[in-house]
Design a protein around this ligand. Structure first.
Ligand code: PLP
Length: 463
């Protein structure tokens, strides 16, 4: 790909078209980009459902033996090929050695999650001791807020988006109630400007600047789940700190998708799940981050034996030797069966590196955007023709891999026609499709097939 260094995705696609003597929209361009893609072998590390394996209604139109066009890694990542092997190793160990599995083998259950935390820390830009793998995302958000949200009479607000993910909204609301505050007063909700779909960074920063004295915690997503907008986490953190607020991020849609520098940005705390871009399987082990600078000052509100120093944890003397930082927030021993698939996935990330993944991601999503604009921009001379408006910011710095497409027609039938043709993506009624080409396992040909299939689905739904 070095030959295209410095070119925008559109320039790259046009350059390849010229090189091959074909239209930039030709499938040959996608095939060429796949051949040049240094990360292409990673696709084989994942199990891709075939069209015939999807639910029955999905089989009618497409070739059943073809790989489905999987563009929904933003919701549930694919199964890493090694997940099953690792799980079987632990099931065998359990069968053959019982309780000895806690301390024996290549993955001793009593500290198995610790052995993969460095790989997770690399993905979010943290030091290993700033990261704990435990619980689910919403549980971790609660545990973190219990320690970071300590409202006072003058500083009692939590700033979040008006359309935050429901679980985040409920978590914040209930924390405010738990502290005897009134959500009407203390939940500061930020909306895009009238007629706009995404938040402007300047508006977020202005809000922090003007309301900051009363804000205890700024709580934003890294990447917005619905619009795909990637926030300027460094600028938001700096603005919050200038006003004396704690700043935390929910990185559910950012971890494994965008390049994160939680440590260098001085983010106070963060949480994320691992079953989306991080491919750990539904309900997988979630992550929590607390910056080093808080390691001796921010203490867990709730404690359990897994927060006790490992070297003396099993002496059972009931004198808590609390680990510093986020490690002290651990409560229970971690489920080994959730560590296995996550380990399998993190090893693939480790091999690839976030910088290379991001390089491919910018081109892959740029290619999708190019084809959408080419075929589905509104054409005033054909007002009846279906057109698509992209909600996600056009600036690659302000998005991850996902594009949220808003259609000029109701989306349900189109979505069903896409499913019948072997496309897995995500629909939000009335008119939005979320499409996420994941650089780890999606190809340029997947994107090209998606665009062709979308054309067929639109024709079928309007006939
Ligand atoms: C996916 C997602 C969740 C899901 O929470 P769980 O606790 O893992 O069920 C919460 N918040 C955001 C922003 C998400 O994207």
């Amino acid at each position: 790909m070095e030959q295209f260094e410095g070119l925008t995705p559109t320039q790259t696609v046009e350059r390849v078209g010229a090189l091959l003597g074909c239209a930039p929209s030709s499938a040959q361009v996608a095939q060429y980009l796949d051949r040049q893609d240094p990360l292409r072998p990673l696709r084989d590390e994942f199990l891709l459902p075939r069209v015939s394996q999807l639910p029955p209604s999905d089989q009618s139109v497409a070739d059943g033996s073809a790989d489905c066009i999987y563009l929904v890694g933003n919701s549930l990542g694919l199964q890493p090929r090694l997940a099953r092997q690792y799980l079987e190793e632990e099931l065998d160990k359990w069968a053959q050695t019982g309780v000895h599995g806690h301390t024996e083998g290549s993955r001793p259950w009593a500290w198995a999650e610790n052995n993969i935390e460095q790989m997770m820390a690399d993905i979010v830009g943290a030091n290993q001791e700033e990261v704990a793998l435990m619980n689910g995302l919403t549980v971790n958000l609660h545990l973190l807020l219990l320690s970071f949200y300590k409202p006072t009479a003058s500083r009692h607000k939590i700033l979040l988006e008006a359309k935050a993910f429901p679980s985040d909204h409920y978590a914040v609301e209930s924390q405010i109630l738990l502290r005897g505050q009134d959500p009407e007063e203390s939940m500061l909700l930020l909306s895009p400007r009238p007629g706009e779909e995404t938040l402007r960074t300047e508006d977020i920063l202005d809000m922090i600047e003007s309301e900051g004295e009363s804000i205890a915690v700024v709580m934003f997503p890294g990447v917005q789940y619905y619009t795909g907008q990637l926030f300027d986490m460094a600028a938001i953190t700096a603005a919050g700190h200038r006003k004396g607020c704690y700043v935390g991020f929910d990185c559910a849609h950012a971890a494994g998708n965008a390049v994160l520098q939680l440590h260098d940005w001085e983010v106070d705390f963060a949480c994320w799940c691992s079953y989306k871009y991080l491919n750990s399987g539904a309900g997988g082990l979630a992550g929590a981050f607390i910056h080093n600078k808080h390691k001796d000052t921010i203490k867990p509100a709730l404690t359990g034996w897994w927060g006790h120093d490992l070297s003396t944890r099993f002496q059972m003397n009931n004198v808590l030797d609390l680990q510093p930082g986020v490690s002290g927030f651990r409560l229970s021993n971690q489920p080994i069966l959730l560590v296995c698939p996550l380990q399998a996935s993190l090893q693939v990330f480790h091999k690839a590196g976030m910088a290379a993944l991001r390089r491919k991601s910018v081109l892959l999503t740029g290619y999708l955007e190019y084809l959408i604009r080419l075929y589905y921009t509104r054409d005033p001379s054909q007002p009846q023709r279906a057109h698509v408006h992209i909600l996600t910011p056009a600036d690659p710095q302000q998005r991850g891999c996902q594009l949220s497409l808003c259609f000029s027609l109701p989306i349900r039938t189109v979505f069903q026609e896409l499913e019948k043709r072997g496309v897995a993506c995500d629909m939000r009624e009335p008119s939005v499709l979320r499409v996420a080409p994941v650089p780890l396992y999606n190809s340029f040909s997947d994107v090209h097939r998606f665009i062709e299939t979308l054309g067929a689905a639109l024709r079928a739904s309007s006939s």
